[in-house]
Design a protein. Structure first.
Length: 185
C-alpha cells in the first residue's frame, strides 16, 4: 500500500511537470549556413532578425529527397560559460535517413514552433511522415522556439547545434545554430 501511494504521488508530480512551463528560456545567438564538400542541391540563407533574434531565411533543395540517397546528422555542443569552449553532448542524432528524421524529429521538435503559411511554406508533416521531401524553396519567418517538447533538463549556457546533410555519404552542406539557454527569471 505504501508503494502504491508513492507511485501515485510520483505520477501526479510527473504529469504536472510535463504540463508546466519550462524552467529555462532559449534565445538565438547566431545562425550560419555552410557549404558541403561538393556543389550541392541544398542551399541555405538564414539570419536572425530584431531584438528577439527570430530565425528568418530560406532553404531550398533542387530535387526530391528520399532516405535512399539523403541522410543528415545532428551534433549538439555545449559551452556552459559561453566562452566558445564547446564540448560534444551525447544528445545528437547519428546519420539518419531524411524521411525518418523528418517523421521522428521535425514533427516533435520543430513543427510545434511553426504555423504553416505564417512561419513557413514547408509542407505540414503528418504523424505518418512525408517522403520524399519535395524539391522547392522554403521560407522560414520569425521563428521563436516552442520548447514544450524539449527535454526538461538541458544544459545552461550556449548550445551549438550543427545539422549536416549528406547525399550518398557526401557532405552537401548544412547550418549551425547557437542558442543561449538560461534559467527562467
Amino acid at each position: 500500500m505504501k508503494y502504491s501511494a508513492y507511485a501515485i504521488v510520483v505520477l501526479c508530480a510527473l504529469s504536472g511537470l510535463s504540463k508546466a512551463e519550462q524552467a529555462y528560456t532559449v534565445k538565438n545567438e547566431a545562425v550560419q549556413c555552410f557549404n558541403g564538400d561538393v556543389d550541392s542541391i541544398y542551399h541555405c540563407e538564414l539570419k536572425l532578425v530584431g531584438r528577439q533574434r527570430l530565425l528568418n531565411g530560406t532553404m531550398s533543395v533542387d530535387e526530391d529527397m528520399t532516405s535512399e540517397h539523403y541522410t543528415f546528422q545532428v551534433e549538439v555542443f555545449t559551452s556552459p560559460l559561453g566562452d566558445d569552449q564547446f564540448r560534444l553532448l551525447p544528445m545528437g542524432v547519428p546519420r539518419t535517413g531524411v524521411c525518418e528524421g523528418l517523421r521522428y524529429l521535425y514533427t516533435k521538435q520543430v513543427q510545434p514552433s511553426v504555423i504553416q503559411g505564417k512561419h513557413t511554406n514547408f509542407p505540414f508533416v503528418p504523424e505518418e511522415g512525408l517522403c520524399p521531401i519535395p524539391k522547392g524553396e522554403y521560407f522560414i519567418k520569425n521563428i521563436e522556439y516552442d520548447t514544450d517538447s524539449w527535454p526538461n533538463q538541458i544544459p545552461r549556457g550556449v548550445i551549438k547545434t550543427v545539422i549536416t546533410f549528406f547525399k550518398d555519404g557526401v557532405n552537401i552542406g548544412g547550418y549551425v545554430i547557437r542558442m543561449l539557454v538560461e534559467d527562467r527569471k
